[in-house]
Design a protein around this ligand. Structure first.
Ligand code: PLP
Length: 378
């Protein structure tokens, strides 16, 4: 089946008991058994819940997990934490030098207390990656496009290097979504999502997932999900699944609008620099065109007047809401150095103070551009 069809039907057959076309919200913690230990596949909702199962099946199919599967989690960070349990004291992992701030915080301030070491690497530089491996390196964490600088990482090249060194490759596919990029096609071992963003798509739910390609790794993750317990409730799973049904059409429009916004900004005198993988001026445009179906809904730019100007622009929009997060139907604007990326201030991961990040939503493109125009003149 095609992506659009799977997004609506995978894991979402009509309910066997009632024929309900939409997966019901199974708000139950436990399930009646016919005899001790004899049940219909569900015994307790931390271990398994039909609404969550529908979401997990849909995610696994959309990522092309084949013989593996997906585990849904209560947030994207809970998904990251589950992956953390795959590491032991003395192990080391490589993180991108502009990784999502929460991911850096988890490994640098939480797992490091448990003896897991990490190094930040410029993953756009294959030579730097080659240098970074040592005999303790068990895992390579990849984001592409990166947040907030929208740099690209060559998935095929990094998977080859990591596997030569016996390390797992985890791809945080939150920005691209499986509609634009499927890391398993490049040999990645695990895909992690903050479903809070494009998959949910309506800024009304927090969630996450880990998807594994390999059945043994999937079983290990299911064990960890049940043991640590960071599961989403059935209503959250249902909201996420409802969002996924329209992922393909939403992402197409996110891309249309982001492309138009990026070219508008590129020609604007109040803008110093625009980063969007779809622009010919993006240094890795060719890689983006090869690895992604389109270029996504995120655009970042630097205000020509520095940090003060960037703060003024971000406070002057009316259609773009000044808020953290991304991937919803509504457009958002933020200043990463003062908001999402505060945790990495003063480190090598610090981002420029004048950088503005846009999550370009699904409003009419003329309204979006008029709004940015008046804010840039403010
Ligand atoms: C938001 C985000 C996360 C964390 O997910 P939460 O759902 O907020 O816990 C991880 N990675 C990326 C790229 C994100 O944007």
């Amino acid at each position: 089946m095609h992506f659009e069809t799977d997004a609506i039907h995978a894991g979402q057959e009509p309910d066997p008991t009632t024929g309900a076309v939409v997966a019901p919200i199974y708000a139950t913690s436990t399930y009646a058994q016919e005899a001790p230990g004899e049940h219909r596949g569900y015994e307790y909702s931390r271990t398994g819940n039909p609404t969550r199962q529908a979401l997990e099946t849909a995610l696994a199919v959309l990522e092309g997990a084949d013989t593996g599967g997906a585990v849904a989690t209560a947030s994207g960070m809970a998904a990251t934490a589950l992956i953390g349990y795959l590491l032991a004291p003395g192990d080391r992992l490589l993180l991108p030098d502009d990784a999502y701030g929460g991911t850096v915080r988890f490994f640098a301030k939480v797992l490091s207390e448990h003896g897991v070491h990490w190094s930040a690497v410029d993953m756009t530089d294959i030579g730097a990656i080659d240098q970074a491996f040592d005999e303790h390196t068990r895992l390579v964490w990849v984001e592409t496009p990166t947040n907030p600088l929208l740099r690209l990482v060559d998935l095929a090249a990094i998977v080859e290097r990591a596997h030569e060194h016996g390390a797992l490759v985890v791809v945080d596919n939150t920005f691209a979504t499986p509609y634009l990029q499927r890391p398993f096609e490049y040999g990645a071992d695990l895909v992690v999502h903050s479903t809070t963003k494009y998959l949910g798509g309506h800024s009304d739910v927090v969630g996450g997932a880990v998807v594994a390609r390999d059945p043994e790794m999937f079983e290990r993750l299911k064990f960890l999900q049940n043991s640590a317990g960071p599961v989403p409730g059935p209503f959250d799973a249902w909201l996420t699944l409802r969002g996924i049904k329209t992922l393909a059409v939403r992402i197409e429009r996110h891309c249309d609008n982001a492309e138009a916004v990026a070219s508008f900004l590129q020609d604007h005198p109040e803008v110093a620099e625009v980063a969007y993988p779809g622009l010919i001026s993006h240094p890795q445009h060719a890689l983006a065109a090869r690895q992604m179906a389109r270029f996504g809904g995120m655009v970042t730019f630097r205000a020509a007047g520095g940090t003060t100007k960037a703060h003024r622009v971000a406070s002057s929009t009316h259609v773009f809401t000044l808020a953290e997060s991304l991937g919803g139907v509504e457009s958002l604007i933020e200043v990463p150095a003062a908001m999402t990326h505060v945790a990495v201030a003063g480190t090598s991961l610090e981002v420029p103070g004048d950088l503005i990040r846009l999550s370009v939503g699904l409003e009419h493109i003329d309204d979006l551009i008029d709004d940015l125009e008046q804010a840039l003149r403010a």
